[in-house]
Design a protein around this ligand. Sequence first.
Ligand SMILES: C[S@@+](CC[C@H](N)C(=O)[O-])C[C@H]1O[C@@H](n2cnc3c(N)ncnc32)[C@H](O)[C@@H]1O
Length: 238
Amino acid sequence: MADYSEYSDVELYHKFHKSHVFKPEAAEYVKRSIRKLFGKKKITALEIGAGTGHHTKRISELKNVCILATEPDPKYFAKLTEYLKGRKNVKFLKGRAESLVMKRKFDIVLSFDSHHHIPFKNRKKYLSNIRKLLKTGGKYIIEDEIISDYKNNSQRINGLKKLHNFVIADSERKGNKALVYLERIYLKKAIAQQGEYKTSCKKLEKELSENGFKIDKKKHIGPAGKDWGVFVYVTEPI
Ligand SMILES: C[S@@+](CC[C@H](N)C(=O)[O-])C[C@H]1O[C@@H](n2cnc3c(N)ncnc32)[C@H](O)[C@@H]1O
């Protein structure tokens, strides 16, 4: 399987992805949810596909949360460890989410824009692994980019175009040319289903339910009034 850095340059990603529309708000919502669920209790979190660590850093501001940040791509992993070295509540592990094997279990598993990188054919194995990695009562929290529901491939492609063109327009307004460049690549990859497997709320919810996860909370972060964009799901195995 190809690494993310083959089409998403790690330095560009690290420098220009931080201000991606709705992502800081989504991280704040996840932080509030963790606070509501666990208060100041010391808890452990496993982060899937941590990238270069933008969200890891945000979540690590919760000092009661000890994060094991995992990432399979060697270049992203190197940047992640360099960026967050010295953070007492962040540890690192190189690995692909479907095949992470550990004896220990976690209070939460976090996925920021990583769930849609797991190929559809691996989702069953992936969710079964997440279940094994969670303590009883543990939560799987997904922040992801979602497209409108679709009945065929041409509707799927239209949904992808709506989502990515919105981010491209926002990045153009902000003068973030690097993100415009990256988003155009992500759109092509998503259309071809090469490394990017974005789907609709309806299909994601079906996938979660079929694999034994129930949804405790669903929050649409934006853009307002749409059935697509950035969403956060707080889920748990049943
Ligand atoms: C869009 S980036 C998100 C990175 C980071 N979570 C963030 O929000 O900035 C997707 C990440 O998922 C990782 N990834 C791809 N396939 C994966 C897999 N099978 N298991 C875990 N992570 C994966 C990529 O290497 C990449 O770092």
